[in-house]
Design a protein around this ligand. Structure first.
Ligand code: TYD
Length: 136
């Protein structure tokens, strides 16, 4: 997989004088069924999260509040994506190293995932990831 396979997804947005509403449907806005949802919050502004890759997991990462950067790395190329719009998410394909950083103090990260949590799906070591990414 390549960083080019990771793309911004524009989500529906219904706004009126009461505020805005966005939603995500698996198989419609993202190319997978949603099996898990998790969220990151209370990050110190100098925190770095992620720093891992996944063998099979697909994700949609949505900046529900605030802003942050995602650095994608497919083993050959890197791409930095700034997320700050709750009506737009980043689809992250399998075999992609990712770092999340530069969180604003109000940042909340919502993640829709294609699989239940499974530590066996993680690459926690960058060198192991690179070896596997070069082969794939
Ligand atoms: P981790 O994936 O390392 O977080 P991040 O990528 O944001 O830095 O997960 C942190 C801890 O939370 C780790 O011990 C595993 C646990 N965890 C679950 O139990 N279930 C989950 O769905 C997730 C995402 C993490």
């Amino acid at each position: 997989m390549s960083v080019e396979d990771c793309r911004l997804v524009n989500l529906p947005k219904y706004s009126d004088d009461r505020g805005s509403l966005s939603f995500v449907e698996g198989g419609r806005h993202i190319p997978f069924d949603i099996r898990r949802v998790y969220y990151l919050y209370d990050m110190p502004v100098d925190a770095e999260r992620g720093a891992h890759g996944h063998l099979a997991l697909e994700q949609l990462i949505v900046p529900i509040s605030g802003a942050f950067d995602i650095i994608l790395d497919d083993g050959t190329r890197k791409k930095v994506v700034h997320l700050d719009n709750p009506a737009q998410g980043l689809y992250v394909c399998p075999m992609m190293w990712r770092n999340l950083c530069n969180f604003t103090s109000d940042a909340v990260v919502l993640v829709f995932a294609s699989l239940p949590y499974d530590e066996a799906d993680y690459f926690r070591d960058y060198n192991d990831f690179i070896k596997a990414a070069v082969k794939s």
